[in-house]
Write a protein that binds this ligand. Structure first.
Ligand code: MG
Length: 342
């Protein structure tokens, strides 16, 4: 199996601001695996706060030798091999894992969702995220989000209520809220959650610091809205720790090191009675289609990556009535900008 890759700078339509930082572009690494005339496509989105970058990704890839992988290929064996090389690097591991599943799908003539037993008819709607901004810009962005059935907003500064009112002046769609660990006082947070509940908010991601287990558990016990652990839940081992602390978890392929472990995480979460939101980073159609293949197995989806970028190097996935439409194409179903299948 031959591995090649190229760096790619993904530019965002609007500067993306959340409680802890702001950015206008995200470094990606686009990766391909080739085997017997088939090519699988993968992608690493190296958002700054996860600590990976082109240097760490390249250093990791120098250690990777897939030449001894033989059929039948096993995603489990691949992930065990990658984790043995180094414990971290979930972004670049995800790129390899996604390309691997695209390749397997093409070789076995199956769409990726079929590899995981997901039914495209059960696809949840995807939310569209608005970063922190002035109320005027929020109104403009909310208008741009027409076509999406749910809006997700980033809160965590002191103008939360003003932002919600601005959104409500233009749309009545359900809202998801992401506090990105920005809230600190338990009672104030609970009061805010109760108010948000009245405004049509259906879930809240990571209200308090990821290490404040007691604070998040206290809120979850009392909240009328589903509380979802995101920053607190990275890989498989974290799922069990979320029980009793959150109502659900946010699975992202860039955290879980790809589809194999993302799937294990959502199955484990269901066993534990936790809900699952499948999310994304700033991503192209490639990683988004990988997450969309698992989305029918989840309760909610937040896979708006391609819609927030200016220079997606692939065609945007088909999106109808707020949902991704998974196709019969083998593998991820990725297409080049001119519409030809990759
Ligand atoms: Mg989040």
């Amino acid at each position: 199996m031959k591995l090649t890759y190229q760096p790619y700078q993904l530019e965002l339509k609007h500067p993306f601001t959340i409680a802890k930082f702001s950015r206008t572009a995200t470094p990606l690494l686009l990766l391909q695996l080739e085997y017997e005339g088939f090519t699988g496509y993968g992608e690493a989105s190296m958002v700054p706060y996860m600590g990976e970058n082109l240097e760490t990704a390249t250093a990791f890839l120098k250690k990777v030798d897939l030449s001894f992988f033989y059929q039948p290929f096993s995603a489990k064996r691949l992930m065990a091999y990658l984790d043995d090389l180094a414990p971290g690097n979930p972004n670049i591991k995800a790129a390899i894992d996604i390309a691997f599943h695209d390749l397997i799908g093409k070789m076995e003539q199956k769409p990726c969702y079929q590899l995981f037993g997901a039914n495209p008819d059960l696809m949840p709607v995807t939310s569209f995220t608005l970063g922190l901004d002035t109320p005027e810009m929020i109104v403009k962005k909310a208008q741009e989000a027409a076509g999406f059935k749910v809006i997700k907003i980033k809160l965590g500064k002191d103008n939360d209520e003003e932002i919600i009112r601005a959104i409500r002046s233009v749309t009545q769609v359900p809202l998801y809220v992401d506090a990105n660990q920005g809230w600190t006082d338990r009672q104030q947070s609970l009061d805010k959650i109760c108010w948000l509940h009245e405004q049509g908010v259906e879930l809240i991601e990571q209200p308090m610091d990821k290490n404040d287990v007691e604070g998040n558990a206290w809120l979850t016990e009392r909240s009328p809205v589903a509380i979802i652990g995101d920053e607190a839940v990275q890989r498989f081992a974290d799922v069990e720790k979320a029980k009793g602390v959150y109502h659900g978890i946010n699975v992202k392929l860039m955290k879980s090191a790809g589809m194999f472990e993302g799937h294990r995480m959502l199955i484990k979460a269901k066993e534990l009675g936790l809900k699952v939101l499948i999310g994304c980073m700033s991503e192209t159609s490639c990683a988004t289609l990988a997450a969309a293949a698992l989305a029918p197995l989840c309760d909610w989806a937040d896979l708006d990556g391609p819609f927030l970028t200016k220079n997606n190097p692939y065609q945007n996935p088909e999106f109808v009535n707020g949902k991704y439409m998974l196709k019969e194409a083998f593998g991820l179903g990725l297409k080049s900008v001119d519409g030809s299948p990759l």
